[in-house]
Design a protein around this ligand. Structure first.
Ligand SMILES: Nc1ncnc2c1ncn2[C@@H]1O[C@H](COP(=O)(O)OP(=O)(O)O)[C@@H](O)[C@H]1O
Ligand SMILES: [Mg+2]
Length: 267
């Protein structure tokens, strides 16, 4: 702190924040003009890298705007204060950060859409522009559904049913969508009182990615740990990988389970 910070820097950060807010707001207005977004109500949540803003669509249904902020600007401030202090670097830095954040938003939208189309229980994606992603709002009235982490295992009426739903969606993600979430944990699963919803798809990778198996194993372990490891994580991981490379028809049964060679994953 202190050393590189001057009054001027402080003004500068305010200018940066204002610029980002104006830029974000312009994207929201564009989405309104396109008919994707109706009234904007206000922030209802905050994640690691994004704010969740509640809005309505044109029919008056609640929707969620996930607004990605170039948080790294704040890291840049502490780590490379001298760069921000140097007027020659100013324009470059902001636009680079915004560019990255837009790529991230685009990537998350693409992954979310892919998962949605494969039948994974995710909020339905509705559109995106720049750093603003629009999707269905998961919650009761205007209150967002809690995270599985917040509900806790003891807060679930039927933990086994929720566990099975999570496994079902994990398998659909891997086999039907061809994705590995990459940041799956009780912090990225919402629970609406009935079913789990998988959110936060920015880190997902396509199958074939060099880290596919490492990320899949970690996703499996983190999820099973929350449920107290009702099945052996290595076993489930192996089953997923086996079934992922099985030849032949994949069907879906009446309860939404994938059938590979006619069998469910936990049979
Ligand atoms: N579609 C949604 N409906 C309701 N709440 C949501 C929705 N998407 C995200 N949230 C809330 O916003 C928070 C941040 O979203 P998330 O996608 O996890 O962003 P981050 O990458 O910042 O962790 C979540 O923890 C959750 O509480
Ligand atoms: Mg998250």
């Amino acid at each position: 702190m202190g050393r590189f910070r001057t009054e001027k820097d402080h003004d500068y950060f305010k200018v940066v924040d204002d610029a980002i807010n104006a830029y974000t707001w312009a994207a929201v207005v564009k989405l309104q003009e396109r008919g994707v977004v109706g009234d904007v109500l206000g922030p209802v949540g905050q994640g690691k890298e994004a704010k969740l803003v509640l809005a309505k669509d044109r029919e008056g249904r609640y929707i969620a705007l996930k607004i990605f902020y170039p948080v790294p600007v704040r890291f840049v401030k502490s780590r490379h204060g001298y760069i921000l202090g140097d007027p020659r670097f100013r324009g470059v830095k902001i636009s680079d950060q915004l560019h990255l954040v837009e790529l991230w938003c685009r990537k998350e939208f693409g992954n979310l859409a892919r998962a949605y189309e494969a039948g994974v229980r995710v909020p339905r994606p509705r559109g995106f522009l720049r750093n603003v992603l629009v999707m269905d709002f998961i919650g009761e009235g205007n209150t967002p559904a809690p995270l599985l982490h917040e509900v806790g295992l003891e807060g679930l009426d039927d933990p086994e049913a929720v566990f099975l739903e999570v496994v079902k969606n994990l398998e659909k993600t891997y086999i039907a969508a061809g994705l590995v979430h990459g940041d799956l944990s009780p912090f990225n699963i919402l629970y609406d009182g009935e079913a789990p919803w998988i959110i936060d798809w920015g880190s997902a990778v396509r199958r074939g990615h060099p880290r596919e198996l490492e990320l899949l194993r970690r996703d499996v372990e983190r999820v099973l740990e929350f449920f107290g490891n009702p099945v052996d994580p290595s076993h489930l991981f192996k089953r997923l990988v086996e079934r992922g490379s099985a030849k032949g028809k994949i069907e879906v049964d009446e309860e939404g389970w994938l059938l590979v060679g006619g069998k469910r994953i936990l049979e």
